[in-house]
Design a protein around this ligand. Structure first.
Ligand SMILES: [Zn+2]
Length: 477
């Protein structure tokens, strides 16, 4: 039978604040276990939370960037459940009055635009982390460094109709949060993570089917695979006359399957109630205006500007704006050397190859925008060929030497543009292949490429190919 796939996503973003949401402890990742803790974030009796203003700031920023309305008076609620990584026995979250509501995000899948509704964005604290050491059977540790680290949860409407749309939405959302500098977007470390609610319904059916919630997908690739797997699993159940159970399932990356974790609870299972330790959050117009005025240029706008102002192809703009650091780097080079398309090519082909091999961000690239601009200038004015340029680039990268002119000089890499020297080389090559010269003169103009190739080889790539071309034509044309 044919079904319509219905997907809604819950995205958790860990916020880039220096301190936690309700205390002054550091949010730094990777510190020794339980170093970033105090009576508040370890849930000691009587310890009182104090809201970090920056968290509200970031939530409003995220809300405005995703076209939400800002709730000017919202409250925190207690979400009650027991788990050893949650020292208070409840999580401080938002329930009835979240800070942002009713937004949307436009995505593009296979050239088609689609608008995905955003139900709400709320602020909450993260839980701690349980550590189960591999070689100590029967022992578990708890690390509360992450307890009370601020999160926003962005809940979408069930508007997505397949894995591709879900991945497109997630990529767009991640990109926006990184551009806003509210979240580092690191999926492996879990600072950007998502849960997917998936159900199937028969085409035309008015009601949604029973949904299963998928967790533990730490890359876009895994989101795609997990959703595809879940759709097939539910299709098999429904086709076999069974019914889907409402539950939470964990994606197992290694086995490529999902496993039932627990029956999915409904909101009322958590006994939400307003947190009596925290005052309502009041966000006045002036605060919202201030955040709005300071919003950075968002990915879609930057993409459009790159195409319009720099005249680069859409596919290039896709790559360059996918990471705002890459976009910044590109623009820094363009400021020094006004050939956007050439710069785009160098960044996308040469530079990214090196960065990918070393798995480092462009912010740590040893070749500075200035260095790249100078290198491109040397190629353009004919000092070196494009081929030698790649060699010089590799040296600049490995030695962090950003003076390409000096490298070219020290190693004698400058292009041979001395006519006398070139003429003798051309004559030598022509004299060595009299048959081919005859063929050329007999009309086989393709031979020209052969001669140029020979001379380039002889000069170790340093002959100026344009001059070589002209000289050959001059002598035997
Ligand atoms: Zn603390």
């Amino acid at each position: 039978m044919d079904y319509e796939i219905v997907i809604g996503l819950e995205v958790h973003c860990q916020l880039l604040t220096e301190t936690k949401i309700f205390c002054g402890c550091s949010t730094n990742f990777g510190n020794p276990p339980n170093e970033n803790t105090c009576p508040v974030c370890t849930g000691m009796p009587g310890a009182l939370p104090v809201l970090n203003r920056k968290v509200v700031d970031f939530a409003v920023r995220a809300g405005l960037a995703t076209n939400c309305d800002i709730t000017q008076s919202s409250i925190f609620a207690r979400k009650n459940y027991f788990y050893p990584d949650l020292p208070k026995g409840y999580q401080i979250s938002q329930f009835e009055l979240p800070v942002c509501v009713g937004g949307y995000l436009d995505i593009e899948v296979e050239g088609e635009q689609k608008r995905i509704g955003i139900t709400r964005i709320h602020m909450e604290e993260d839980a701690g982390k349980l550590v189960h050491p591999e070689h100590e059977y029967g022992v578990s540790f708890v690390d509360y460094n992450r307890a009370c680290v601020p999160l926003i949860e962005i809940v979408s409407e069930p508007d997505m109709r397949g894995a591709a749309e879900a991945v497109a939405y997630l990529k767009a959302m991640r990109n926006i949060m990184v551009y806003l500098e509210v979240c580092d977007g690191n999926m492996e470390e879990g600072s950007f993570r998502c849960d997917a609610n998936i159900s199937l319904r028969r085409w035309g059916a008015p009601e949604f089917g029973t949904r299963a919630e998928l967790k533990n997908m730490n890359s876009f690739r895994n989101v795609q695979r997990a959703i595809e797997y879940e759709v097939e699993r539910q299709r098999d159940i429904l086709d076999g006359g069974g019914s889907v159970v409402q539950e939470t399932r964990l994606w197992n990356v290694d086995r490529g399957i999902s496993i039932s974790m627990r029956g999915k609870e409904d909101a009322h299972d958590y006994r939400y109630f307003p947190d009596p330790d925290l005052l309502p959050i009041v966000i006045e117009d002036a605060w919202i205006d201030e955040v709005r005025e300071n919003l950075p240029e968002l990915p879609v706008a930057r993409h459009q500007r790159f195409v319009a102002d720099y005249g680069i192809p859409v596919v290039d703009a896709d790559v360059l704006t996918a990471d705002h650091n890459v976009a910044d780097y590109f623009e820094a080079v363009v400021k020094l050397y006004a050939q956007p398309k050439a710069i785009a090519n160098w960044i996308m082909v040469e530079l990214m190859k090196f960065l990918n091999d070393d798995k480092i961000s462009i912010t740590k690239c040893p070749v500075t925008p200035q260095g790249l601009a100078e290198l491109l200038g040397l190629i353009e004015d004919g000092t070196i060929s494009g081929k030698i340029g790649k060699q010089v680039f590799a040296q600049m990268y490995s030695s962090a030497d950003n003076d390409p002119r000096q490298i070219v000089e020290n190693q004698g890499l400058a292009q041979m543009s001395d006519t006398g020297e070139l003429i003798s080389m051309v004559d030598e090559v022509l004299a060595a292949s009299p048959d081919k010269v005859k063929e050329y003169q007999g009309g086989k103009t393709k031979m020209l490429g052969f001669f140029v190739g020979q001379i380039m080889k002889k000069s170790k790539g340093q002959a100026n190919p344009q001059m070589v071309n002209e000289l050959i034509k001059e002598r035997i044309g």
